[in-house]
Design a binder for this molecule. Structure first.
Ligand code: F6R
Length: 259
């Protein structure tokens, strides 16, 4: 079972997960981080700034989960730009060691395989940050995605385009396609850390954590992974049937276990 940690707010979630990432980098200076974009991971990146100040991060590597297809990589909302702005620059990472899937149209049919090779060459992802969409997607694996899927081009649901319209001038500007790590790719990471905040994520969180394992709710794939930490605020936890047990278990967790 995933470990469910219910925290008071985003800042507490950011602090908890940033502590874990900083400890990982201290243990393993060439750690491979799986990076999510969107609003959810921002408190983690924010909290990491102080924790990594003065640390040697020159060997840390990173792989983003996904990218829009056909977007200019220099567009402020391309995930390449977002990762550069929110992660690479503020944390002082080496840009050459942090990759996003290549969403440029030229050769797009090969970009998924190239990305898989790059992740494998790096030795796999140590800690994968995940958000979850209102459709239940992780990465951009929309409902129906195979649990065995690898990095590939997918069509975004209209719901996801509407959810992400806030980053663009209008929903029509949100690309229709993306290139995303597959569920199989995500499940290969050694530790999955899924964060979710707000009432709007409560149904997706409950389905992912307590619902049946089904490609209709791709986030439920996390139930197949041996090391998952789900960090949610009270609103995102509001539909969890066993929330009291998760609180009880976390309060009694042996200190040596870590996240
Ligand atoms: C982002 C990603 C998506 C988001 C999800 C939630 O790289 O892969 O799964 O995590 O769409 O988005 P936010 O965090 O903006 O609510």
């Amino acid at each position: 079972m995933a470990e469910i940690v219910i925290v008071p707010d985003r800042a507490a979630a950011g602090a908890l997960v940033a502590d874990e990432i900083a400890a990982l980098i201290a243990r393993r200076p060439d750690a491979v981080l799986g990076l999510a974009t969107g609003s959810t991971p921002l408190p983690v990146y924010e909290a990491l700034r102080s924790r990594l100040a003065g640390a040697d991060v020159s060997r840390v590597r990173g792989f983003a989960l996904d990218e829009y297809v056909g977007i200019d990589p220099g567009h402020p909302e391309s995930y390449r730009s977002v990762i550069t702005r929110e992660v690479v620059r503020p944390l002082g990472l080496d840009p050459a060691r942090v990759r996003t899937p290549d969403g440029t149209l030229d050769g797009i049919e090969h970009h998924g395989e190239d990305y898989e090779e790059a992740i494998a060459h790096a030795g796999g992802v140590d800690l994968q940050l995940l958000g979850i969409g209102t459709t239940g997607h992780i990465g951009f694996n929309e409902p129906g995605s195979s649990f065995a899927s690898r990095t590939r081009v997918k069509t975004l649901t209209q719901q996801t385009r509407e959810d992400n319209a806030r980053f663009f001038d209008s929903v029509d500007d949100v690309p229709t396609h993306c290139i995303t790590q597959g569920l199989g790719t995500i499940l290969d990471a050694r530790h999955l850390v899924l964060l979710a905040f707000g009432e709007g994520k409560a149904a997706a969180v409950a389905g992912a954590v307590e619902g049946p394992v089904t490609s209709s709710l791709p986030g439920s794939a996390i139930q197949l992974h041996p090391h998952v930490t789900v960090v949610v605020d009270e609103s995102a936890a509001s539909r969890l049937a066993h929330a009291d047990y998760y609180r009880y278990a976390y309060a009694r967790k042996p200190a040596w276990q870590g996240l």
